[in-house]
Design a protein around this ligand. Structure first.
Ligand SMILES: C[S@@+](CC[C@H](N)C(=O)[O-])C[C@H]1O[C@@H](n2cnc3c(N)ncnc32)[C@H](O)[C@@H]1O
Length: 250
C-alpha cells in the first residue's frame, strides 16, 4: 500500500485542478498573467514575500515562483487535502499554513508583512460581513505600499438588464467538474485520512457564494485602509482588482 504521494499523481491532480478551475473562472490564465504583470508596475519592485490566501493545491503559488524564483511564498488554506498537494508539489519552495479565513486568527498564522497578497476565487466563500472585516485583516498583513490582488466573481455595478448568472455552486452535486475532481482522490491511502478531516470541516469549507459589485469591493477596501482600487480585468462575471495598501501602515 502506498504511504506517500507519487509525484506523477500529484502533478496530474494539479493539472486537472487548473482545467477544472478554468471552467469556473473564464480567462483564468490571462487574468493571472495580467495580475502578475501589474505587480511590478504598481509596486515598483519584485515581491519578496507573497501570501496566497485560499491558495488550494499551490498552482498559483507555482506561477508566482516561475515569475519570481527568489520570492518567499506562503500558501494559506483551510483544506488539509489541498495543502498536502501544495506541500507535495512544491516541497521546500512554499510554506503552507493551515488557517481559516472565517475568523481573524488567520493573520497571526500567516505571518507577514507581505509585499503581495493574492486572493484568487476565494473571497466569495466568505459571507458579506466577514469579507468586509477580512479586507481590514488583509491590510494588516501587507507592508505599506504592498498590493492585494483579488480575482473573484462580481455582480454588475448597474442594476442588471438581464437576470444575473446563477452563482457558481461549490456544494457537491453529481457530474459537475468540482465534484468530479474531488471524486478522483477518494480511496487514496494517503489522502483518505485528509479527506475524512476535510469532511469534518465541510461546513467551514462551503462557499457563502457572496458575489458583490466591484463598487462594493472598492468601498470595503477603502474603509479597510487600501488606496484606490484598479480593475485590471473584467471577463464575463469575473473581475481582477489590484488594491494597493496605503503607505501609512494603517
Ligand atoms: C475555488 S478554490 C480556489 C483555489 C485557488 N485560489 C485557485 O484559484 O486555484 C477556493 C479556495 O479557498 C479555500 N477556502 C475556502 N474557504 C476558506 C476559509 N474559510 N479559510 C481558508 N481557505 C478557504 C478553499 O479550500 C479553496 O482552496
Amino acid at each position: 500500500m502506498s504511504t506517500h504521494l507519487v509525484p506523477e499523481d500529484v502533478a496530474g491532480w494539479r493539472r486537472d485542478w487548473e482545467a477544472m478551475m478554468r471552467h469556473y473562472q473564464p480567462g483564468r490564465d490571462a487574468l493571472l498573467t495580467a495580475g502578475l504583470d501589474a505587480v511590478q508596475a504598481l509596486t515598483g519592485r519584485p515581491p519578496q514575500r507573497v501570501l496566497d490566501v485560499g491558495g488550494g493545491p499551490g498552482t498559483t503559488a507555482e506561477a508566482v515562483l516561475a515569475r519570481w524564483p527568489d520570492a518567499q511564498v506562503t500558501v494559506l488554506d483551510v483544506d488539509p487535502v489541498l495543502l498536502a498537494l501544495a506541500d507535495a508539489a512544491l516541497p521546500g519552495r512554499v510554506h503552507t499554513v493551515s488557517a481559516d479565513l472565517g475568523s481573524p486568527g488567520w493573520t497571526a498564522l500567516a505571518g507577514g508583512p507581505f509585499d503581495l497578497v493574492l486572493a484568487i476565487m476565494t473571497a466569495h466563500y466568505l459571507p458579506e460581513r466577514r469579507l468586509r472585516d477580512w479586507y481590514a485583516e488583509a491590510r494588516t498583513v501587507l507592508r505599506p505600499h504592498g498590493l492585494l490582488l483579488l480575482a473573484d466573481p462580481v455582480a454588475d455595478d448597474q442594476p442588471a438588464a438581464r437576470p444575473a448568472e446563477a452563482p457558481q455552486q461549490r456544494r457537491d452535486s453529481a457530474g459537475d467538474p468540482w465534484t468530479d475532481w474531488w471524486r478522483q482522490l477518494v480511496g487514496h491511502p494517503v489522502l483518505e485520512p485528509l479527506l475524512r478531516r476535510r469532511a469534518a470541516l465541510l461546513a467551514g469549507l462551503t462557499s457563502a457564494e457572496f458575489v458583490a459589485p466591484v463598487r462594493w469591493h472598492r468601498q470595503a477596501a477603502s474603509r479597510a485602509g487600501f488606496g484606490p482600487a484598479v480593475t485590471l480585468r473584467r471577463d464575463g462575471g469575473h473581475a481582477l482588482l489590484a488594491l494597493p495598501a496605503s503607505g501609512d501602515g494603517r
